[in-house]
Design a protein around this ligand. Structure first.
Ligand SMILES: NC(=O)c1ccc[n+]([C@@H]2O[C@H](COP(=O)([O-])OP(=O)(O)OC[C@H]3O[C@@H](n4cnc5c(N)ncnc54)[C@H](OP(=O)(O)O)[C@@H]3O)[C@@H](O)[C@H]2O)c1
Length: 323
């Protein structure tokens, strides 16, 4: 099968397309013929060599994790899936034509979802779910700020927060991204490049601050987040910011004044919650209330360019590769 291989750390070394043997499914595993692959900042950070998971890789490895496709064959003890099922999920090595996935971590893709939409769920939607439901404990009437509203996690977090009955604000960097977030249901957007986010949130909430911040660019924004949360607020640090990783100085007074809870999250730690979260997300998908937006579809051969595009931020929603 064709696969996109990473042979050393550093974005200056291009990934290469190679012919490698297709994997075979073991106990509780299925073999999926991949129809679409979600491009996430995670695999870019691992490839850069500065992600905690970079330490675990062995070269050469197949890049990527999120995919959607059709089950080709099933291993022993797989009961809930059969060949021909349309599925979404995550694995190690998704930039390829086939991958093996553990069956408890697979979801069935509703018939009216495209494979590109399905490949945009595993990391982005589960992370939005983790941030808003598990950590943020969002409830109807809460005010939520999504930092980076037009990105992979952000655009799904807007829809999820709306579905949960929250008042939703989102930060963006352009009018195009603002319109996109408003169409997804955000009540207001703030262009962080030209507006003062702390002042605008104060205006929008009559000085009370927001209940939850979903922070996808924590290196840039965490300091300000401590100025815009309300009493008993929750700040969920979903990400450092695509391609970023630098230390941040924080005011302990700002963190103490309103009893904030600050969470870090890692999609890897979600595994014990996955069966329940996947079941709940499956019913949300059936309701049609949450829909990934595909900003750009590219060919598997364009994997290097897809990483450049994600790093540039010049897309709406998700970038997807098609094998
Ligand atoms: N912890 C986890 O398990 C987990 C899971 C998923 C993602 N993440 C992390 O979360 C972050 C976002 O992931 P993603 O998939 O949503 O990435 P993405 O699709 O690349 O989107 C990032 C968005 O952030 C915006 N942005 C950049 N700098 C910003 C700033 N200073 N303030 C507000 N918005 C800003 C970008 O738009 P502009 O550049 O136009 O502003 C873009 O829309 C990444 O760091 C990723 O690694 C972590």
């Amino acid at each position: 099968m064709k696969a996109i291989m990473v042979s050393e750390f550093g974005l200056e070394t291009p990934m290469a397309i190679e012919d490698v043997p297709a994997p075979t499914p073991g106990d509780n595993e299925v073999l999926v013929k991949i129809e679409a692959i979600g491009v996430n900042p995670l695999e870019i950070a691992i490839r850069m060599g500065d992600h905690p998971r970079s330490a675990q890789v062995k070269f050469p490895y197949i890049c990527g994790s999120d995919l959607a496709g059709i089950i080709e064959s099933v291993g022993e003890n797989v009961e809930d899936f059969k060949p021909g099922d349309r599925v979404w999920g995550r694995c190690q090595g998704a930039y390829a034509e086939y991958a093996v996935l553990s069956s408890p971590l697979l979801g069935k893709l509703p018939d009216d979802y495209t494979f590109s939409e399905g490949a945009s769920l595993a990391i982005p939607l589960l992370t939005a779910w983790n941030a808003l439901v598990l950590k943020g404990e969002a409830k109807p009437g809460d005010t939520v700020l999504i930092q980076g509203g037009a990105g992979g996690v952000g655009h799904l977090a807007i829809q999820l927060a709306c579905m949960l009955g929250c008042r939703v604000f989102a930060t963006v960097s352009s009018d195009e991204k603002s319109n996109f977030c408003l169409q997804l249901g955000a009540d207001a957007t703030i262009n962080y490049r030209v507006e003062n986010v702390v002042e605008r949130i104060s205006e929008l909430t009559n000085g009370e601050g927001v209940d939850i911040v979903v922070e996808t660019a924590a290196c840039d924004n965490l300091k300000d987040d401590l100025e815009l949360y309300g009493l008993n607020g929750r700040i969920v640090m979903v990400g450092t910011g695509t391609g970023k990783d630098f230390p941040v100085e924080l005011s302990i007074r700002a963190a103490s004044k309103n009893d904030v809870r600050i969470y870090g999250v890692s999609s890897g730690n979600l595994t014990p919650h996955l069966p329940e979260a996947m079941a709940r997300i499956s019913s949300v998908l059936m309701s049609g209330k949450i829909r990934p937006h595909i900003g750009k579809e590219m060919r598997l051969e364009e994997s290097n360019e897809s990483h450049e595009l994600v790093l540039s931020g010049k897309f709406l929603g998700k970038v997807v590769l098609l094998p």
